[in-house]
Design a protein around this ligand. Structure first.
Ligand code: ZN
Length: 252
């Protein structure tokens, strides 16, 4: 009887070791699977401001720091058009009582404040909850002869598990580099960054200067929606977009 129990114990132990080994192989060998798991982890875990790397003017309170880029010691010249997507009768996407147009505007105003502190002139396509057509947005930008154009939107998708900040550009290497610069800063601030992609969006196609459209997150994803509604997270996104623009302006 003892021998039987002992054999059973060895078999169970062996099975456990096999499972552990199998998991280890999966994590290291199947990169895609691990990447997906990581993406899932980043998109579902709660966001903690204390995890932020202190950089580029961002403080836990969301105020301006004394960093080399966003601080008052270094000024970067330039003119930037910040475009808060939708507005007025055009809500953008809407989930659980949160309208995209409102989040877009709050983040756009945060970007404006940060850029102006750094010495950059900012033109907003809208500064309140008003409807502005896509044509008027592009016309305003083109008349301003700004250095770049950054449109701010929130995303939505039928698959509610999809999450992450995305950057778009259209037929412009400089638009692409602007987009990548913003995503780099967002990633550095531990924002869940998904991808950059070329897309034929009206405001990207019709603006004469380097332009990017940033989808700051998915309102259709419950976890990301809760973050997008919080002023602290909006502040982190605003800081990331401003840092990305300043970094791009300083080398263009
Ligand atoms: Zn939108």
């Amino acid at each position: 009887m003892k021998k039987v129990l002992c054999t059973a114990a060895i078999v169970v132990l062996g099975a456990m070791l096999f499972m552990l080994f199998k998991n280890a192989v999966n994590l290291s060998g199947e990169g895609k699977k691990a990447e997906d798991t990581e993406k899932k982890r980043l998109s579902t875990r709660p966001f903690h401001l204390s995890e932020l790397t202190p950089q580029a003017g961002f403080t836990a309170e969301g105020g301006q720091g004394t960093d080399k880029i966003l601080g008052s010691d270094v000024k970067i010249s330039g003119t930037v058009v910040i475009d808060a997507g939708h507005g007025g009768k055009d809500m953008g996407c809407s989930f659980d009582g949160t309208d995209e147009k409102d989040v877009n505007l709050l983040v756009a105003l945060g970007v404006k404040e940060r850029l102006e502190t750094a010495g950059v002139e900012v033109i907003l396509t809208r500064s309140s909850d008003e409807f502005v057509s896509l044509e008027d947005r592009a016309n305003l930008a083109n008349a301003s002869e700004a250095d770049c154009f950054v449109s701010i939107h929130c995303n939505s998708f039928e698959d509610e598990t999809v999450s992450g900040l995305e950057g778009y550009w259209f037929k412009s290497e400089k638009g692409k580099s602007l987009s990548e610069s913003i995503l780099r800063q967002a990633g550095g601030n531990l924002i869940n960054v998904r991808k950059t992609k070329e897309e034929d969006y009206f405001v990207l196609r019709e603006t004469a200067m380097p332009a990017t459209l940033i989808e700051i997150g998915y309102l259709s994803n419950e976890n990301e929606r809760e973050m997008l509604k919080s002023s602290k997270y909006q502040s982190t996104v605003s800081a990331s977009i401003a840092e990305g623009i300043l970094d791009w302006l300083s080398c263009n």
